[in-house]
Design a protein. Structure first.
Lengths: 245, 222
């Protein structure tokens, strides 16, 4: 069943005296366990696509449906709750709460449901999985850009979201780190059934996903196999199935 | 190839795709595969696909042509039957027919080493879109912009073939045999090429859009 559906989504921004189509009639269905990678240059509309999918911005035209519910029909409060429970986001501008260590920052969303000690154990496990356990006691200003991205990823994953939206989660990573993060994302999709939409600036970043498409001036370009009625099954190789991170 | 080349005329370039250079490269690749270990025609086609990857878009017939040439030049030879009888003629299509297995000769081995040591030629870049661009008029801009989208889609389709494949840095990290790493590097060449093509398509699309919006920029110079 389709978890997230964008149907003819258009979003315009005014830039100076002219209007710019940030998204132009985007149609996209994402199922449970789908790992979709969207390739676009900067200002191609990637971040807007994720913000609209998260319900943070409303489309000017078209409909965004999450789990069968039209996001436009939900109250602000309900949409905010979705972001806390079902939809995890990794933004490039993410920061951690001032004064907290990485471990506490990642454990924070779990404090409500679990004991602090258990939440910290969980947080440590997630940090280990994304490969930054060694920075558990560091503060934000002590982290490299690559570590910050991975901490943001851990922060999103610890809530066990059903949909993960990641804006260039491999930015600022070297090749080995990139493969590691992509491997984590792939296994999260395949083992936990999380639906993932990731944006990427270049081709090598796309190849661990299940489906790839490209975005240019808000227009989504899909390979022919993505057209409705296409018979091609996407490869769901379990080569990395056992990769824990 | 000089003195060793047989006196057969060079093959005509097939359908504009690939020329004498490609034919020559495939010949040495087949020789290389036989240097690795002996093999027969179809086996060589498969090993070529496996090691070089889909980007080459090998025409299986080229392998048989290469085998013929290599045999004529004495660089490979068919292996004689166990009982010492003369080698059977090569059967290409009939299922179950006796296969002729080839191996590299000593001269073949030397020639392959020579080829490894020489420089590598680069294929010319011949894309239909380049010709269309070069010969287009300003009135063609809308269609050319649309074409860049179609080409980008075609690039995505090619990239799909690489989905889920191991990356070579991944292979390096897990200490794989050199052959696996080398094959991945060849595949990575296609990925890099596709990426560069998509980036180029986006660039020219942006430029064409800009020109479309400023018609005075396209006015013929007085």
């Amino acid at each position: 069943m389709t978890l997230l559906s964008l149907d003819g989504v258009t979003k315009r921004f005014a830039r100076g005296y002219r209007e710019l189509d940030a998204l132009d009639g985007v149609v996209l269905d994402v199922e449970r366990g789908d790992f979709v990678a969207i390739w676009g240059a900067s200002r191609s509309g990637k971040t807007t696509l994720l913000r609209v999918a998260a319900g943070i911005e409303a489309p000017d035209e078209g409909r965004v449906t999450f789990d069968g519910r039209d996001l436009a029909s939900l109250s602000r409060r309900a949409r905010a709750r979705l972001l806390l429970t079902d939809i995890g986001c990794v933004w490039q501008t993410g920061r951690i709460t001032r004064g907290l260590s990485v471990l506490d920052h990642v454990a924070l969303p779990r404090f409500k449901e679990r004991s602090h000690a258990q939440a910290r154990v969980d947080a440590h496990a997630v940090l280990e999985r994304v490969g930054v356990a060694q920075s558990a006691n560091a503060r934000w200003h002590e982290l490299t850009d690559g570590e910050r991205t991975r901490v943001a990823l851990a922060h999103a994953l610890i809530r066990r979201p059903r949909l993960l939206l990641a804006d260039e989660p491999t930015a600022n990573l070297n090749m080995i780190e990139r493969e590691q993060v992509l491997g984590v994302l792939r296994s999260v999709a395949e083992e936990a059934g999380v639906a993932i939409i990731m944006t990427a600036p270049d081709a090598p970043n796309l190849l661990q996903s299940h489906r790839l498409m490209s975005l240019d001036r808000g227009r989504l370009i899909k390979p022919r196999s993505e057209q409705r009625g296409a018979l091609i099954e996407f490869p769901r190789a379990t080569r990395r199935g056992g990769l824990g991170g | 190839m000089g003195e060793l080349a047989p006196s057969i005329p060079p093959l005509p370039a097939a359908g504009g795709q690939g020329g004498a250079n490609d034919t020559m490269s495939v010949k040495y690749a087949v020789l290389g595969l036989l240097v690795q270990r002996r093999g027969y025609g179809y086996d060589l086609v498969q090993r070529f696909e496996e090691q070089v990857g889909p980007a080459w878009q090998l025409n299986a017939g080229a392998i048989y042509v290469a085998l013929d040439k290599l045999e004529q030049e004495g660089l490979v030879r068919p292996i004689t039957g166990v009982d010492g009888e003369a080698p059977t003629t090569r059967r290409r299509t009939t299922r179950g027919a006796p296969r002729v297995i080839y191996e590299a000769t000593v001269r073949g081995l030397e020639r392959f080493e020579d080829w490894m040591a020489t420089g590598s030629s680069r294929s010319p870049m011949r894309e239909e879109l380049h010709l269309k661009l070069a010969l287009s008029q300003p009135r063609n801009l809308p269609r050319l912009i649309e074409l860049t989208y179609e080409q980008e889609q075609a690039c995505l389709e090619r990239l799909e073939q690489h989905l889920g494949s191991a990356s070579f840095d991944d292979l390096l990290a897990s200490a794989q045999p050199w052959s696996a790493v080398a094959s991945m590097m060849v595949r990575d060449a296609e990925i890099a090429h596709l990426q560069a093509t998509v980036e180029w398509l986006r660039r020219i699309r942006e430029a064409m859009r800009w020109l479309q919006e400023q018609p005075e920029a396209l006015r013929p110079r007085a």
